[in-house]
Structure formats: C-alpha cells, structure tokens
Design a protein around this ligand. Sequence first.
Ligand code: ZN
Length: 476
Amino acid sequence: MPLTPKLTDLSDLDGIRRELKTLDPGALLGSLDMQRVVISDDAHLKVKASVAEALAAAGKAGSAHIVILKDKTPILRNGENLLELVENQLKDHFAVRVEILDDGHDKLHADDTVLDMAAAAVKGADAIVTVGSGTMTDIGKVASQRNGGVVHVAVQTAASVDGFTDNVSVVLKNGVKRTVPSRWPDIVLADVVTIGTAPREMNTSGFGEAISLFTAPADWYLSSLIGLDNTFHPASMAMLKATAAEPPAWSAGVAKGEAHATRELTRLLALRGIVSGISNTTACLSGVEHVISHMLDLHHSANHMDIGLHGEQVGVASLVAAKLWRQAIESDLIRPERLKKPDLAVLESRVRGAFGHLGDAIAGECWRDCQAKHKKLAENWTRLQSVLTDWKRHAAEFDKMVTPPETLRPSLQASGAPSDFVGLTTTVAPGLARWATANCFLMRSRFNLVDLLDMLGMWTDERIDWALDGVLGETA
Ligand SMILES: [Zn+2]
C-alpha cells in the first residue's frame, strides 16, 4: 500500500478523511469526528475563533454560554497565566464561567466524583473549553458526552499521552485505570510554547508512550490473525507507518522542550490518537508493553501506592516487548509442534497464584478476563494452528511492525525518558518488574505474544530473565 503524506497532514483533517475513505472502501473504520487540530506557537490565541467555528458547525449561532474547565494548578505560558489568556479572549464575545475542579488531591483524579462534578458544572453550557493535560481533556470529553455532545474545545498543555485526539477517556474505576468510550473533542489547540515548558517528565513520558508504535501493532495483528480481534485494518496500519516508520531523530530535544521536538512529539501523539479513535480500539497501540505497565498500576493501586507515569512505564516495557518480538520473528522459536492446549484448571491456579496476594476480588477479575480469552482461543484453535504452520510468512509482516530494541533504546534514552525499571519516576524494583512481566498474560482478555509463548512452553524463567536483561536497572 503506497504511503501518502496526506494521511498524516493534521492541518487538513478533511484530507485525512478522504484518504481513509479510499483505503477503507468497506467503511469498516469509525469516523474521524474532529473539526480541527492546531499545533503551533500561537494555538492558544485561536480559542475564540475555534469556539465560534465549533458552535457554528453545531448550528448554534448567536450568543452562547461557555464554561472553561480547569484544575487548580496554574499553568503559565511565558510567565503569563494561560487560563486568563483563554478567558480574556472569550469574555468579550460570550458569557463565560470558569469552573475549577478540585477533589482535594494534588493532581485531579478522573474518578466518578470528579466526572459527576464536571458534568454538573457544564450543564446548560453551549460549549466547554478545557485547559490542561490528558486527564483534564478526558474529563472534558466525558462532560461533553454526558451533556448531549455539547461543543468541546481542548487547549492542550503537555504532550504526555495520545488521548487528546481520540474518542475515549481514561478514568479511574475503583482505583484502577479503565478506558471508556467518550467523545472526540471538536477542536484541539496544542500550543507548542506551553507544552515545551510543561513539567519535563510529562513530555518525556509522552515519548515513552509514543514508542509502543514500534511494538504493539504486532500484537494487534497477531490477535487478528488468530481470530481474537476483528479491528485490525490495513488503513490504520498504513497511517501508523506513515506517522513514523522508525524512532524519530528529534527525540533528544524532548527533555529540553525544544520547539521542533515538542511540535513533532505533539503531532506524533495526535496521529496515534486518531488511529486508535478510527480503529475503535486502543489495541492498535497497546500490546505486551502496555499490559506490563497495567500490571504495575494494578500492584501499586492494590497496595495504595502512587501510580507511576504511564508513558514512562510503557517506554521501558516496549524494550522488553521488542526483544521478545524480534526473537519470535528472527528465530525458529515459534513452531506448531510445540503448541499445547492449556489446562484451564492449571491456568486458573496460576492466575490465583499470581494475583492472590492482591486480594480475591482482583484475582477473580483477572481470571474472568483470562477465561474469556481462552474460551475464544478454543473456538479458534484450528486457526491458531494454521497461523503457526505458516509462521515464516506471517513473520515477514511482523518484521515490518517491530523495531529492534537496539534501535529503540538510544532513542528513548535521548528523549530523557527512563530506559530501565529502577529509573522510573515511581521506581520499580527488579522483583516487581519481573512479577509484572512474568504474569502479564494472565491479567486481561487481550491476546499477545506472551500468551503464545506460554502455550508453546517457551515462557520459561530463562526467557523472562533474558527479556529483562538490561532493563531492570541498578539498585542502590
Ligand atoms: Zn498508552
């Protein structure tokens, strides 16, 4: 499939839509329901025009009530208060109310309390403007959805995640992060100056998140080959490839907030968000590396500890995923004669053994998810067998989807993001990193390479140690 620059030109979302239409004649993809994404040095000055544009598109001309949602932490742009810059643009033209969301935490939690608070705060508004990073945008998307899809303009202040430009929100359910359907923002304004001066670890973490682009699609494709995921689409894959064929050379500027690197990182994350939005799944960018990160979150949350930075964890775990995938592609590790049907009673005892110390409720939930996966696997058993028989041919496809860890690591290190578990901002000791990696396939209903390795009898202690060699980090 020829790659086309039009697929990644964020200044022309109509062009992307047209391009996708030709690549998706069966109209299987979800629609890209955003009007505009602006990534520039003066995007913050486009709030008034953007709100007017989005209101007009929603058929709401004339006077309008605008609610600005923000958390309590001030955000500065070149020494000026960004909230005031936004409010001042709007108040001459609209009735504006500022709502500061505060749940008592240092950083706002996107849990039911806050989502209810936000939805109530914007009731009756004609448009919502959120000012903040990923969490604030996610809250705004839910608030918009709960109020009949009221216009939402998001002012993006960090390049921490790819969730600014998609139609889902990451929320906290009983302390655990979950992705729930919400709504595309109508317009996203990413001001490069503000983003470049966001706390350093937010943007470096965004780079860690970004590199799952070089591992996760293989897990997504594998799952689709064996019949466990029907969302894989060549157009999504083409868009990801057109976004970045290899780890970008600009990563060294991320930690320093250099304008070029900040702009490129913002753009890369925005395109990732769009791909997962139109694919109707996060699976396109969430494979082995993400489930290792989810394992760490689960451990931290069950033990009432601080949850680590998502992107940092994903970045380190991507090195593990890439190493395993490259071996699966390049060696004769994957052989059909090695495949054995799992004994479900044994599997259940492994799940309970892995998660029992976190409580029966968590172990039970993991087992339910794992059981659902194995039920589907049993139904697709012959398909799995034939994929393994034909592994060499499939490996040629996987080869295009997975970048070697030797290439990923320097890029991650240059970005300023941690490249080992001990080095994470919320440090992860070797024992915990090993637990998270060894048991990652027992947690969720999604199938990935580690599930396959385990069913081949190849997920051994030796292989786990080998996969983690070099990413555990030095303990003091
Ligand atoms: Zn992620």
